[in-house]
Design a protein around this ligand. Structure first.
Ligand SMILES: Cc1cc2nc3c(=O)[nH]c(=O)nc-3n(C[C@H](O)[C@H](O)[C@H](O)COP(=O)(O)OP(=O)(O)OC[C@H]3O[C@@H](n4cnc5c(N)ncnc54)[C@H](O)[C@@H]3O)c2cc1C
Length: 408
């Protein structure tokens, strides 16, 4: 049943968060206009880890079976000491078997999620998807939002009942609302090297691995790749004095990989991508009829795989609130809950956790490293503490906290 609203909800950005927001609205019968500046979904290697709480939401949206079939199920993750090659600790999401239908993560690359969502959106007559269309500016009115779009046929203005800026960390929407992006940028960059080399021999028992090291920590993950054959991503920090050109040179790339895991012959490297890494949260997640979701509202380092997961939770919550308002089941005043609840949840569950994860991997003080490792081992060895740790790491706790606030 399509809702007889005068104007669609505008969604700027067809990253995974914009796509999921559009789908969650469309499934309620709400007309949606999704705009993407680029000609196609960005397939750079970014998020892959999809946690239990998010898998439950994707299940509600009819996406989880495809995410699982195109991804890789991994119940465990390991923290290693890089120098000694010893496993410090292993966590197993199987401990959450009584908490979730999905006691594991699924490694499914974010471009696959966005593309499968676009396929679903194209089946709705009340959804318009425009690629190569950039939101340039916006104007809030009493009863609508006007957005100026730049597309293949020039500049035009469209109106929406609401506008959601899912337009990434450099968000035009956030800037147009003049909302500060508070926090900091790490001085180093993160380098993702993707290889077809089969690390499976060494890491068959677990495909999510973090290696702590005072000089150069790293992380190793498996994804299925577009052909399903499997790719491994190795993540390193760059050195402060290193330019991108130096970090991306063949000599440096091979040197880093060989130092991590010496092998005969060069590594076949299919992608080499540097990323700026930030810990920032927008001072507000919305203003008037305009809201921010995903990276436009919050960015964090990728250690723990939380940024996109939380962005998908934004999408689900915001679309549910908007649905209630557009169906006139609740007054527009309920929309303030979006900022009131999601902003502190991001600080508590995503910012704090990812900052702690990075600090643990790079700690230089031997006494602090030993203390942190001992504490983690103790947590993993105690079944109740193990479960509690994973409830937080999988964002199940943040969803429960939000649900409890709704009941209060
Ligand atoms: C190396 C790496 C690994 C990561 N791993 C994980 C992980 O395992 N798990 C996890 O949860 N997160 C992870 N993340 C974070 C995750 O990639 C981001 O949180 C995610 O991309 C956010 O999605 P988004 O849709 O909000 O923004 P984006 O993916 O940045 O999409 C924004 C979209 O908006 C478009 N756009 C921009 N401006 C405009 C405009 N003016 N008009 C129209 N369109 C516009 C852009 O072209 C883009 O398509 C990782 C990040 C990195 C860098």
């Amino acid at each position: 049943m399509v809702m007889p609203t005068e104007r669609p909800v505008l969604v700027a950005g067809a990253g995974p968060v914009g796509c999921i927001t559009a789908l969650a609205l469309a499934r309620q019968g709400i007309p949606v206009h999704l705009l993407e500046a680029e000609a196609r979904i960005n397939d750079a290697p970014r998020a892959a880890t999809t946690h239990a709480a998010t898998l439950e939401m994707l299940d509600e949206l009819g996406l989880v079976d495809e995410v699982i079939s195109r991804g890789l199920i991994e119940p465990k993750f390991r923290l290693w000491d890089r120098a000694s090659r010893e496993v410090i600790v292993e966590f197993d999401f199987g401990a959450l078997a009584n908490d979730t239908r999905f006691p594991y993560v699924v490694q499914c690359e974010q471009h696959k999620l966005a593309n499968m969502t676009i396929d679903r959106l194209r089946r709705f007559a009340h959804v318009t998807v425009d690629f190569s269309t950039r939101l340039a500016s916006l104007q809030q009115r009493d009863d609508r939002v006007d957005a100026v779009l730049e597309g293949p046929s020039g500049t035009r203005t469209v109106s929406g009942s609401f506008l959601i800026g899912a337009d990434g960390g450099r968000s035009t929407v956030r800037k147009a609302l003049d909302i500060p992006f508070e926090g900091y940028t790490h001085p180093e960059r993160f380098l993702v090297l993707t290889t077809t080399f089969g690390f499976d021999v060494e890491y068959a028992q677990c495909s999510r691995n973090y290696f702590s090291d005072p000089d150069e920590w790293c992380a190793l993950f498996k994804v299925t790749g577009d052909d399903g054959a499997g790719l491994w991503r190795v993540l390193f920090p760059t050195r402060l004095e290193e330019t991108d050109e130096q970090a991306l040179s063949e000599e440096s790339v091979q040197g880093r990989l060989q130092k991590f895991f010496p092998k005969p012959g060069p590594y076949p490297v299919v992608h080499r991508n540097p990323y700026n890494v930030h810990q920032r949260v927008a001072a507000s997640f919305g203003k008037g009829r305009v809201f921010l979701a995903g990276d436009s509202a919050h960015v964090n380092n990728p250690l723990g795989g939380l940024g996109l997961n939380f962005g998908i939770h934004d999408a689900v919550e915001l679309s549910a609130l908007l649905g209630r308002v557009l169906r006139q089941e609740a007054p527009a005043a309920i929309l303030e809950q979006y900022d009131r609840f999601r902003r502190p949840l991001n600080v508590e569950y995503v910012q704090q956790q990812t900052i702690a994860n990075k600090k643990r991997l790079e700690e230089k003080d031997p006494a602090l490293r030993a203390q942190s490792n001992a504490a983690l081992r103790k947590t993993a060895a105690d079944p109740a503490a193990h479960r509690a740790y994973l409830l937080r790491a999988s964002l199940i706790d943040s969803v429960r906290q939000r649900a409890a606030a709704a009941q209060a």
